[in-house]
Design a protein around this ligand. Structure first.
Ligand SMILES: NC(=O)c1ccc[n+]([C@@H]2O[C@H](COP(=O)([O-])OP(=O)(O)OC[C@H]3O[C@@H](n4cnc5c(N)ncnc54)[C@H](O)[C@@H]3O)[C@@H](O)[C@H]2O)c1
Length: 411
């Protein structure tokens, strides 16, 4: 494993952070939680160097998050010999440049989704990581929810029978306010697509992880709010609302709807489905969820009730009075729940998913089981997003380019 052994039997790992926004803070909290939540790993992350182009954020990383050094140039983090692994939490535009630089510096990296603005960017990072042989992990955090891990097992065991159809959505209202700031997310050259890359990419990761690879897509896009008030980079959050500000154009999609087919082999062999995402929806706030139907049962989950799994097992038949859904609350036999809480029914949180993600990354860095989302899986996701964008452009069905090595842990 990278890092160095301590006299008390731990491995100390020097953590580098690039970009100290929402995700940068979250990655930092996740590393700090590792020795307490997973003491058996015997890994002690040390926050050694953080960079952000906004000087106040580099200062914040030192003063509040506890990094030993702060810089305004990310290269200083990659050149720092005390940095063993890196978190890349920059806006999508920079993922390609920074991901390639991290690979060339030989640093294993945990990078935020969707890894670049499009499949070309993701492919370039994947190629650099493959050439350098560095471990990668992607910020597809929702797959770590204990209920999601359980649904994945139930499908793999065949308990739902043959999977027939899937409905999955990410309805997130972060841009539902028309005066919500025009952050980098709304600009094509900075973010790439809109709800498609930002939100549908999470849906695609979830269903590919739980059900299997998507092979064909037909889709449409729409932009609901065409202009928004301008927000300088590195100020505010993407939830900021600006009254009477100068307006700029929204350059990408607010909504995407897609019909998909799943691969003919694997857990979801031959299934079909609908995927949708919106960033301007009114009502749902972080409504990432799915319904998965099979010939012998079905499963339902939504992040807004992250700790609840709804399962219907067996067909029951018309005369069965008690047939229907059972609601199962989080408990120690689901995923990593038991690492956080000893008793059932205690809610886990979004932060906890990032702690699980940090665990999967660090285990993979140490040569252990590979249950993290890899750069190959991010590329498989980006290829679905590319096929979706292409279909929205010409209205035709598009094939998804297969990605060797994207196993979603099924192989
Ligand atoms: N996994 C998830 O659920 C999830 C949620 C939100 C965001 N994300 C992803 O995380 C990434 C970051 O999003 P965020 O919400 O944290 O953004 P943010 O706007 O909160 O932070 C981005 C930071 O990058 C900094 N930055 C800009 N240019 C830089 C440069 N050249 N060098 C170093 N830093 C620079 C900015 O100053 C800012 O501090 C995006 O790829 C986004 O898609 C993932």
């Amino acid at each position: 494993m990278a890092g160095h052994a301590t006299s008390d039997g731990y491995t100390e790992l020097g953590i580098g952070l690039i970009s100290v926004g929402w995700m940068g803070k979250l990655h930092s909290r996740a590393y700090q939680a590792i020795p307490m939540v997973y003491p058996e790993l015997k890994v002690r992350p040390r926050l050694v160097h953080a960079a952000d182009s906004a000087p106040d954020r580099a200062d914040y990383a030192q003063e509040v998050l506890g990094y030993a050094k702060g810089s305004t140039d990310y290269r200083a983090v990659l050149e720092d010999p005390a940095v063993d692994v890196v978190s890349i939490c920059a806006p999508n535009l920079l993922h390609r440049e920074i991901g390639i630089a991290a690979a060339r510096a030989g640093k294993p990296f945990w990078i935020e989704k969707p890894v670049g603005r499009d499949a070309v960017d993701t492919g370039a990072v994947a190629e650099a990581a493959r050439a350098a042989g560095v471990v990668t992990s992607i910020g597809y955090n929702y797959r770590h929810a204990p209920a999601v891990e359980r649904i994945r097992e139930v499908i793999a065991n065949g308990d739902l029978g043959r999977i027939t159809n899937v409905r999955a959505v990410f309805f997130n209202g972060y841009a539902s306010e028309p005066n919500g700031a025009l952050s980098w997310r709304f600009k094509k050259d900075l973010a790439g697509t809109g709800a498609l890359g930002d939100l549908l990419s999470h849906v695609v990761d979830l269903v590919q992880y739980v059900v299997g690879p998507i092979t064909d897509v037909n889709a449409l896009l729409s932009t609901v709010h065409q202009q928004r008030p301008i927000l300088p980079m590195g100020s505010g959050t993407h939830f900021a609302v600006i009254e009477n500000g100068e307006l700029g154009d929204v350059e990408n999609d607010d909504y995407v709807g897609a019909l998909v087919r799943f691969a003919a082999d694997g857990p979801g062999a031959g299934a079909v489905g609908t995927l949708e995402a919106s960033r301007v929806i009114v009502g749902p706030q972080c409504g990432l969820g799915f319904e998965i139907y099979g010939t012998e049962g079905s499963a339902i989950w939504n992040f807004e009730q992250m700790n609840e799994l709804r399962l219907c097992l067996g067909r029951g038949g018309p005369a069965h009075a008690d047939h229907g859904y059972t609601t199962i609350l989080g408990n120690a036999s689901l995923g990593d729940y038991g690492q956080f809480q000893p008793g059932p029914g205690h809610s886990m949180s979004y932060d906890d998913l990032k702690v699980i993600e940090a665990r999967k990354f660090l285990v993979a860095v140490g040569g252990g089981e590979q249950r993290n989302s890899t750069i190959a899986e991010a590329l498989a996701d980006a290829e679905v997003i590319a096929a979706t964008a292409a279909s929205a452009g010409d209205g035709a069905w598009h094939k998804v380019a297969p990605v060797p090595g994207a196993t979603f842990g099924h192989a």
